[in-house]
Each structure stands twice: as structure tokens, then as C-alpha cells.
Design a protein around this ligand. Structure first.
Ligand SMILES: CC(=O)SCCNC(=O)CCNC(=O)[C@H](O)C(C)(C)COP(=O)(O)OP(=O)(O)OC[C@H]1O[C@@H](n2cnc3c(N)ncnc32)[C@H](O)[C@@H]1OP(=O)(O)O
Ligand SMILES: N[C@@H](CCO)C(=O)O
Length: 390
């Protein structure tokens, strides 16, 4: 028997006739104690749910989104009009089956889709926080999600799942709240951000900081936006989400709408036109300061460093069963990063499966149609559900 769920914010009339409920948000009563030493208050968290919580409250799934993702995992995005970003994996009859599980996804703290972040109003000044917002960590994001689950009356999760920065949150969940995670599936991620990844983030941030419209982070006060800087940051980052074979397959050296080069700096090549498009469309949906903060949160993530330099120590108390997944062409979070997590889990005597998916799609393969990812996720989740008696 399903029980209705207590929610604040705009509520669906009935979850039964809504495959995915509208976004809800709640103003959290308690401050968010952040690693930067700041108690963030007031603050709010925006989230989306799908499915129904069972009477035992044992079928909750937390989906953790990636760097520029949000809570719109299974519904049309309000800004882009695109399908939910994980509809391939989540929905009725899908591996994360919304006919069986109650699925929650919350916009992370520091982002810009309804949860408090640098574009939110600072009550102390009446203006957007800008750079007065405290630095955010992956652990802060997870702490905020735990407060949301407390509010929803969910003591423990059946499954915690996410890719990239979402995978970092999954690992942090297992480390911070071992008793609250039954099964975990971190995908295309690492237990720490590599020097190369920090380097790419730094280039993107410098593009934003160098944009005269950034105004020291106060662009909202003066009614401008550092669109050029943010667009360039996304163009550079987007290359890291793909792979050389995928770029060759999709674009090769083909020219864009012309038969010969123009001998100018116009977008002669399809790949240039494509990247410009990715930069422009990103700016329409994302806040530049939020991009600075969230890339920094990923840079600071180092689970071993938080546990005496030994990654296995992060999982010593775990009762969670894990499925770690990587993609062969992911050069941002290569398989070696996943293997290091598997080895740490082995050392911590944790049950762990390891799946390396053959794919030429690069890091963002986890967002795309990868049948081997879908079937492995389906199998792992079904086995965990059996163990859980779901
Ligand atoms: C996990 C989360 O939380 S979600 C994360 C946030 N979301 C994202 O990062 C999604 C954005 N990323 C993408 O779209 C990535 O490109 C991918 C890799 C995931 C998508 O891959 P694909 O589905 O293969 O799409 P593809 O990379 O070909 O891009 C398609 C877009 O490029 C455009 N495009 C393709 N070729 C060209 C070209 N030559 N010139 C200009 N534009 C082009 C298409 O028109 C399409 O535009 P639209 O997205 O505005 O409709
Ligand atoms: N492309 C995804 C994953 C990046 O890690 C995003 O922008 O969030």
C-alpha cells in the first residue's frame, strides 16, 4: 500500500495520476552547516519526484545529478523544452522503475535551478550573493539531500545513483551515511578529481572571470551576464565530455554549410559550429557563478584525503552493495578511476560489481543510449531489490 508523501511547495493534486510530480521546493528550517564553516540560512532545496513511496518507506531512490544537471530527470525541462535527462534509465518499466520505486532528484546547493546558490538573494544585503556565497563541497550537497530525505520521512535509501559529479555524491553518501544507503551505483566518476580535470575546470573559470560582463561576480546587479565567458567555458568542457572517435564519427573534417573554407575565423567546420551551438544554448540555461562554484566543488572532492589518505577507510563501515560503472572512451574519468574505487571497496570487504561499458561516446555516454549500461543497471537494481524484499 502506498502512502502519500508530505511535501511542501506546490503539490500535485495526486501522485497517482501524475507520473512525475511538478517540482517542489521547501524552505529548510535548519541551517545547512557547510564545510566552509558557514551555516547557510535561510535556504531552500528544489526537487522532483516520480513514483510512490511504499508503506514501509523502503523503495526510495535518490538520483544525483551531474555538474550542470538539475532535478528534471524525467520531465520536460522548463528552460530547454528537452526530455528529462535520464529518461532512458528512469521511468515505468525502466531499470529505475517508477512503477516500483519512489524516485527523488534534488537540485544541488550552489546550483541555479531553484536550490539556493550564488544567484539567490542574500538576505543580509537584499542582492544576489555572487561571490559572497560560501564555497560548496560535494559533502555539503549530500548533507542538504539528507535534510530533504529527513523532511520526506525517508530513513534510508534503497538506491543512490548518479553519473559524473552525481557519482561523486553517491560515493559521498556511502561514506557519510553508510547506514542510509542499501545499494549504490556511481557511474563515470572518481573518488577524487584529477589534476587534468582541475586544469580543464580552471580554464573554463578563467574564461568567465575574463569576461568584462562578469563584473567581479556582481553581473546580476548591473543587468549583464558573462555570456561569452560562460559559453567558451562550456565549449571547452564539452570537448572533454565526448571522445576523439565520437567527434570523428559525428563531424570528421566536414565543412558547415559550405563547399570550401572561407579563409576567415568563421565556423567553417561542423565541429566549430556544433561547439558554438553548445556554448550558446548552455548560457541560456545556466548561471555563470553557479558554474564557478560547482566546478570548484568537484575540484575539492578527494574522498581518500578526507579519510587519512586511504580510500578504503571511507567505506569501512559500509553495508552498501555497489555497482561501479565506467566507459572505455571516457578520458575525463577513465576506467582506472573506477578501478581504484573497486579496489578500495574490496579492501573494505564491501560487495561490489564492476562494469566497464564498451563505448566510443566518451564521458557523457551515461546520458546517452548505451544498451550495455541499461542492461547492467537493470540487473544490478533487480538483484538489490530482491535482497531488499521489494
Ligand atoms: C547528468 C545530468 O545531470 S544532465 C547534465 C546536463 N545536461 C547535459 O550536459 C546535456 C548536454 N549535453 C549534450 O547534449 C551532449 O551533447 C550529449 C553528448 C549528452 C548529447 O549527445 P547527443 O544526443 O548525441 O547530441 P549532440 O551532441 O549531437 O548534440 C545535439 C545538438 O547539437 C546540435 N548540432 C549538431 N550538429 C551541429 C552543427 N554542425 N552545428 C550546430 N549545431 C549542431 C543539434 O542541433 C542539437 O541541438 P539541440 O541540443 O539544441 O537540439
Ligand atoms: N555533461 C554533463 C556531465 C558533465 O560531467 C553535465 O554538464 O552535467
Amino acid at each position: 500500500m502506498a502512502t502519500p508523501l508530505l511535501k511542501s511547495g506546490p503539490e500535485p493534486a495526486s501522485q497517482a495520476d501524475e507520473p512525475t510530480s511538478p517540482v517542489a521546493r521547501f524552505e529548510v528550517d535548519a541551517p545547512l552547516a557547510m564545510d566552509a564553516g558557514v551555516d547557510l540560512a535561510p535556504w531552500q532545496i528544489a526537487y522532483q519526484t516520480a513514483g510512490t513511496l511504499n508503506a514501509e518507506r523502503s523503495n526510495a531512490v535518490l538520483v544525483c545529478h551531474a555538474l550542470t544537471g538539475d532535478q528534471h530527470f524525467a520531465n520536460t525541462h522548463p528552460v530547454t523544452g528537452k526530455d528529462g535527462w535520464w529518461e532512458r534509465l528512469i521511468g515505468p518499466g525502466k531499470p529505475v522503475d517508477t512503477d516500483r520505486y519512489f524516485v527523488i532528484c534534488a537540485n544541488v546547493v550552489g546550483s541555479c535551478m531553484g536550490t539556493t546558490g550564488p544567484a539567490s538573494i542574500n538576505p543580509a544585503t537584499g542582492r544576489a550573493y555572487g561571490l559572497d556565497f560560501p564555497l560548496v563541497t560535494i559533502r555539503d550537497m549530500v548533507r542538504g539531500q539528507a535534510m530533504l530525505l529527513d523532511r520526506l520521512g525517508i530513513k534510508d535509501l534503497f538506491l543512490c545513483i548518479g553519473g559524473s559529479m552525481g557519482g561523486m555524491q553517491v560515493l559521498q553518501w556511502a561514506a557519510s551515511y553508510p547506514e542510509r544507503v542499501f545499494a549504490a551505483m556511481p557511474i563515470a566518476t572518481g573518488a577524487r578529481h584529477s589534476a587534468q580535470n582541475i586544469a580543464f575546470h580552471e580554464v573554463g573559470r578563467q574564461a568567465i572571470l575574463a569576461d568584462p560582463n562578469w563584473h567581479g561576480g556582481r553581473y546580476l546587479d548591473v543587468g549583464t551576464r558573462p555570456a561569452k565567458g560562460l559559453g567558451v567555458a562550456r565549449m571547452g568542457a564539452h570537448i572533454t565530455y565526448l571522445s576523439e572517435p565520437a567527434l570523428h564519427r559525428k563531424f570528421g573534417r566536414r565543412l558547415q554549410d559550405r563547399d570550401a573554407p572561407t579563409f576567415s575565423f568563421d565556423a567553417d567546420f561542423q565541429i566549430e559550429s556544433y561547439l558554438r551551438h553548445q556554448g550558446i544554448t548552455f548560457v541560456e540555461r545556466f548561471d555563470a557563478n553557479a558554474y564557478l562554484y560547482l566546478t570548484r566543488a568537484m575540484d575539492y572532492f578527494d574522498l581518500a584525503a578526507d579519510h587519512g589518505g586511504v580510500l578504503a577507510n571511507a567505506f569501512r563501515d559500509t553495508r552498501t552493495r555497489f555497482c561501479i560503472m565506467s566507459f572505455t572512451s571516457d578520458w575525463l574519468f577513465p576506467t582506472a578511476d573506477s578501478r581504484a574505487i573497486v579496489h578500495a571497496l574490496n579492501a573494505a570487504a564491501a560487495p561490489v560489481a564492476f562494469v566497464e561499458v564498451e563505448s566510443d561516446k566518451g564521458h557523457d555516454a551515461f546520458l546517452l543510449d548505451e544498451p550495455a549500461m541499461i542492461s547492467a543497471a537493470k540487473g544490478f537494481i533487480a538483484a538489490a531489490a530482491r535482497e531488499r524484499g521489494l
